[in-house]
Design a protein around this ligand. Structure first.
Ligand SMILES: [Zn+2]
Length: 305
């Protein structure tokens, strides 16, 4: 492997091939399969090529890994008809994604800890302890490192606290403990959103955080009920849209757009925001009209790959 670990070698060949196929299925052709060394085909011929063209014949693709760790698909079709440009597929490769899901900026900015369970202990990091570390009088342990970062985030020193940790290492419990602190310290109801990928996860989070309202329950329990919009008395809101009545909610990603009154416009920003299983989601899904302009995003919780 290269110094950056993103080049191809005999030792990572199988990994590269598996990643190519996974990306190809995820981003371009759900019915893709391997057909030879780096060659791929797809069985559902209604799936459009990356140029928008439909290839009814047995047109194949090849996948390349470039030295920066990007994986590209290249269709060999020379057909210039149809599609979204006059250029044939073969003159334009399509970037499928990265060989590794980690990007370098994430790694370089991360504080790494080795703990069985992530534990929220605010007092494990105090200004006095931090000063002692800075003066070289003390070495920080992992509990202190973790809680220093959390304390800094709560103090508003940076906008996003992202956590990447394996299954059953206490990410959700940790996020919940921090959320409780914020809730207790605030003189108004703080608004939070937890975004999940699956319906079952949303139900699980609702059970674990009894203060929250599950989007499905809001829909079923308040089907014909409307709520006043405090910012505009001519507006009526559904239960899911009413932050005054339901400040803390759990929403499955497909239902995010229902947060927008009338299906248009922007959603009022939340205070903390938890995204569960981010790696499974297309970023465009949750940034479209959802990006908080003020306030803080909280706890991007991503399971280890
Ligand atoms: Zn093509």
């Amino acid at each position: 492997m290269s110094e950056r670990g993103t080049e191809r070698s005999s030792t990572n060949d199988q990994f590269v091939k598996a990643r190519m196929l996974a990306l190809l299925r995820e981003r371009l052709h759900p019915s893709a399969y391997e057909e030879g060394p780096d060659r791929y085909n797809y069985s559902d011929r209604t799936e459009p090529c990356y140029t928008g063209r439909i290839h009814e014949n047995r047109q194949r693709l090849i996948c390349h890994l470039n030295p920066n760790g990007k994986i590209y698909a290249l269709c060999f079709s020379r057909n210039t008809e149809g599609g979204d440009s006059d250029v044939p597929c073969v003159s334009r490769a399509y970037c499928l994604g990265d060989l590794f899901e980690d990007n370098i900026s994430y790694e370089t900015g991360a504080v790494k800890v080795d703990m069985e369970h992530l534990k929220r202990v605010p007092g494990a990091s105090t200004p006095e302890l931090v000063a002692e570390v800075a003066a070289g009088l003390r070495k920080p342990d992992d509990l202190m490192k973790l809680n220093t970062v959390a304390n800094e985030w709560i103090a508003g020193k940076f906008p996003l606290l992202g956590i990447r940790s394996g299954v059953n290492t206490g990410k959700t419990v940790f996020c919940g403990a921090v959320g409780d602190e914020l809730w207790q310290a605030s003189d108004r109801p703080i608004t939070t959103i937890m975004i999940t990928y699956r319906v079952a996860q949303a139900e699980d989070l609702k059970r674990r955080f009894p203060r929250t309202a599950n989007y499905l329950d809001l829909k079923a329990d308040y089907e014909n009920q409307w709520f006043q919009d405090p910012n505009d008395k001519h507006n009526l809101l559904t239960a899911l849209q009413s932050r005054k009545d339901f400040p803390e909610i759990v929403v499955q990603v497909d239902s995010l757009l229902n947060l927008r009154p009338g299906g248009i416009g922007e959603v009022a920003p939340f205070d903390p925001k938890t995204i569960q299983r981010l790696e499974l989601m297309d970023p465009s899904i949750y940034t479209d009209g959802m990006e908080p302009r003020v306030g803080r995003i909280f706890g991007v919780s991503v399971d280890a790959v």
